[in-house]
Design a protein around this ligand. Structure first.
Ligand code: GLY
Length: 256
């Protein structure tokens, strides 16, 4: 069970953040409204929120998930792969560490974004991407193994459409994963029940299981019905403005 989440709203500089999308500039006022709806959904899932102030110094800082990987007994501070985002960790670290008995950090030359890390119960999938390098993945794998978790690596550097591993996969609970077709046959997912995200709805792969609910992005009807047919209790949220900045549902919170 998750009980808490750390969130930070988009700031007035949000539209100056990193993006590879061609969907246009986000409307900050709409992003703020979508963020508030996201916060209310987390509360509906039973989480109490730590709401940090917007940080204009870091346009991508609303994507708090990239700054840490959290386990019950250990918070691991990351070292984001984009130089413009590395200061985000220092800006949030004091808030993260006070909730955990122990902390560790990814050290140079390792780089790692939280968006590349998919927790699936006692197992973690670690993405190697343009943001998370092999050394960062190795350091995280070592730390998680020491905590008793199993890990597997998923190299997505050839999958040009993905920024992060979790842009293409999500844990749905138990042994079930949502995975985009391009990654579905990866050896790391053998032995898992893979639900393939319908073609054309790949953005929706980034969904978040919280306390028996599943947050999904609205506007992806085939994926939504697939999940409902599996008996999952979905809660759909508008994410249009975050998508313009390559962000997804999981990126907007650190859950623990
Ligand atoms: N805009 C999110 C990222 O590129 O990290």
């Amino acid at each position: 069970m998750f009980t808490r989440a750390i969130v930070r709203p988009p700031s007035s500089t949000f539209a100056d953040g990193l993006t590879s999308s061609a969907l246009g500039r986000p409307v900050v006022a709409l992003a703020l409204a979508q963020h508030e709806a996201y916060c209310r959904a987390l509360e509906e899932c039973g989480l109490s929120l730590v709401r940090l102030p917007a940080d204009e110094g870091y346009p991508d800082s609303t994507f708090v998930e990239d700054t840490a990987v959290l386990t019950p007994a250990l918070a691991i501070l990351t070292r984001p792969g984009a130089p413009s985002r590395q200061g985000e960790v220092e800006a949030i670290a004091s808030e993260i560490v006070r909730h955990f008995p122990a902390t560790a950090e990814i050290a140079e030359p390792g780089t790692l974004d939280g968006g590349d890390i998919c927790e699936a119960g006692s197992h973690f999938f670690i993405g190697i991407s343009e943001r998370t390098n092999e050394e960062g993945a190795r350091q995280l794998g070592f730390l998680l193994s020491r905590e008793g978790f199993t890990v597997s690596m998923v190299d997505i550097r050839e999958v040009r459409s993905l920024l992060h591993l979790k842009s293409g996969i999500a844990w749905l609970g138990g042994r079930r994963l949502a995975v985009i077709r391009e990654l579905a046959s990866h050896a790391a997912f053998h032995g898992w029940e893979v639900v393939i995200v319908p073609d054309g709805e790949e953005y929706a792969a980034n969904c978040v299981a919280i306390n028996g609910r599943l947050l999904i992005s609205s506007g992806f009807p085939h994926f939504e019905s697939l999940l409902k047919d599996l008996g999952l209790r979905v809660l759909a949220l508008d994410m249009t403005e975050f998508r313009k900045m390559d962000g997804g549902l999981s990126c907007l919170s650190l859950r623990f």
